[in-house]
Each structure stands twice: as C-alpha cells, then as structure tokens.
Write a new protein. Structure first.
Ligand SMILES: Nc1ncnc2c1ncn2[C@@H]1O[C@H](COP(=O)(O)OP(=O)(O)O)[C@@H](O)[C@H]1O
Ligand SMILES: [Mg+2]
Length: 318
C-alpha cells in the first residue's frame, strides 16, 4: 500500500476494508465470504451459499444493495432478485446475470458479492447491530455504543434511510437469548478487535462503526465497517450519556458529528422548510410533499457547485 493510502482516516471501499480485515486470523470466523462480482464468482457464491448480497463497493445508506436467492423447485432452478421493494424472478443464471451486469455497468462502480446472512428477526423485521468503537482521550479503544436496527418488514436492508427503525440492544438480546450474557461481550470484543485491526493498516483511523448481523445460531457476522459512521441512531436513545460520550471522544480527535435526523421513520428525507420564492411560487417543501420519496430525495439535494458558480456569473434576471 502506498503512503498516501495508509494516511487515510476514512476509507469508503468495502472491498479494500475487507482485505484489511481478513489479515486478522482471529476475526476470520466473523467475516462472511466476500468476492468481486463477475460471471463466475456470483455463480460459485450462489451455489455455495444459496443466498448472497450484491452491493456497490463504495456505497452507503443501503443504496444499490441487492439480495439474490437461488432455489431448486422440482429440479428447476429459480433465482430471486430483490432491491428495495422490487422483486424479480429468473429461470436461468444467464438471464439473471445479464440483467444484473447491465445494472452494474450503468453505475460504473465495482460491486462485491457477499455470503447472505439469514438474520435474526424481531417483530417481523430483520435485525442487525451497529457497534460504535472509538479511541478515548487516553488513545485506548473503547466501545461507546451498541444499538439494534430493524429493517422495514418488506425490505432486505436495515438502514434507517431505507425505512429501518432503531431498537435498544437489550430489548433485542432479551428477546433472542435472555440467559446469554456473553453475546454483548462477544460483540464488544469483535468491535474492539476490528477497530484495532483497521488501525494497523490506517494509523490515523480513530473510530469504526460496525454493522454486525446475527444468524439463526446467533453467530455474529461483520457485514461492513464504516470508517465515518453516522451517530444519529444513538441520539434517539433515552440514555443521553451515550451520545454525549461519543461526541466528546469524537471532538477530541477532531470529528464533528451531524446530530439532527436526516430521515423520518418512513425513510423519507426530512427537509427544512424553505422560504417562499420571491415570485410567490410554492417553495421546495410544497412541491415535494406529494411526490415519490425517491424523487423527493433527489430534489432535496443542493445544487451542484458547478451550477452555483454558473449562477453567480450569470444571475437569473428578476
Ligand atoms: N451479507 C449480508 N447478509 C445479510 N444482510 C446484509 C448483507 N450485507 C448487507 N446486508 C443488509 O444490507 C444493509 C446495508 O449493507 P451494508 O453493507 O451495510 O452497506 P451500506 O454501506 O449501504 O450500509 C446491512 O445493514 C444489512 O441490513
Ligand atoms: Mg451499512
């Protein structure tokens, strides 16, 4: 790895982060098999695991994350693909791959394929866990927050931006295994070991937010390591000492968090009401109120800088 790469505080590529993590032999049992997507790798992964997740290597908020299942019914192969609320079925691998490859090519991004974890459920929603690990003011690693996230009942991702909701970790663990007091300790150990491992490759990295799934045997699997994790889920916990500590530790190493929720519980982006335009137009909120959430999200984005610069040079005539 070159010098510039190792100085990084934040790494977005899930592929590169997986390569850094699998160097730790103690963590291997918690890392689901992950490969770059191509015709052969996807076929092999589907034959081996039957359920896989395909996702953009540089992605976030659960965007572009797909689940693919392979089943054999009456000796006939069926492939089921799901992204968001859209579900498609294919009767041949070639047909599935053609469609998928077309979609991947459009994004021009590397995609990875990962063993699908049959996650535990709570109230009909898939549940995974966010473990926040930070360097404290003595430069020691500390787990500062653990929280569970429950997916939208019909979706394959737990991200809050996709309609997921948060849940107290104690509530989830009490529901899954009331007598097992080791599970939280195991999650904490995985969090600490992961942060230390990432820090070996990236010495400037001061925090990690792990997405961990529990399978039906309550075995933990690290789905992703976020190097610049959002802390908004922790603001929703009743115990405010947790978020206070996270913010305090972050501040000490120069990180400032965005603390206002960006999405409501339905996954819609929360938009600040804007002033009415001078022409007496409807204003951005009114225009967006009755539109599809995806369109609303797009429209709510600020103008690209290029456009702003252009408008400065050529202001609109009023
Ligand atoms: N291998 C997997 N098995 C089961 N669920 C997964 C897997 N990978 C991702 N997911 C689900 O999709 C969500 C988003 O995937 P993730 O890898 O965290 O990408 P993002 O950066 O978009 O959050 C996860 O929180 C989890 O709910
Ligand atoms: Mg994630």
């Amino acid at each position: 790895m070159n010098k510039r790469e190792s100085k990084k505080k934040y790494v977005s590529s899930k592929w590169i982060k997986t390569l850094a993590l699998i160097k730790n032999t103690d963590l291997i049992t918690y890392i689901p098999e992950t490969r770059k997507v191509n015709f052969e790798s996807l076929d092999e992964m589907l034959n081996k695991h039957h359920v896989v997740y395909v996702k953009p290597s540089r992605g976030s908020l659960g965007k572009g994350v797909m689940r693919i299942k392979k089943t054999n019914e009456n000796e006939e192969e069926i492939y089921e693909w799901q992204q968001d609320l859209e579900v498609k079925q294919y009767s041949s691998y070639n047909a599935l791959y053609n469609d998928l490859n077309h979609q991947i090519q459009k994004t021009k991004r590397l995609h990875i394929v990962q063993k699908g974890i049959d996650m535990v459920k709570y109230k009909d929603r898939s549940a995974d866990i966010r473990v926040m690990v930070q360097q404290n003011t003595n430069s020691e690693w500390e787990v500062t927050g653990i929280i569970a996230r429950l997916s939208h009942p019909k979706k394959v991702v737990t991200n809050i931006s996709s309609g997921g909701i948060i849940c107290n970790i104690e509530t989830l663990i009490n529901h899954l295994c009331p007598d097992d007091h080791n599970l939280i300790e195991k999650l904490k150990w995985i969090g600490l070991e992961t942060a230390k491992q990432m820090n070996k490759t990236y010495p400037n990295m001061k925090e990690s937010g792990l997405d961990i799934a529990l399978d039906q045997n309550l075995h933990p699997w690290i789905l992703e390591v976020n190097t610049k994790p959002s802390v908004i889920p922790f603001t929703r916990l009743e115990d405010k000492r947790i978020i206070d500590k996270i913010v305090r530790y972050g501040k000490a190493y120069g990180r400032h968090y965005y603390l206002k929720p960006k999405f409501d519980i339905k996954g819609n982006r929360i938009i600040k009401p804007k002033k009415r335009s001078r022409k007496g137009g409807k204003g951005i909120t009114n225009i967006l109120e009755n539109t599809h959430p995806e369109k609303r999200q797009k429209a709510a984005k600020p103008f690209p800088r290029k456009y702003t610069r252009y408008r400065k040079r050529f202001p609109l005539k009023r």
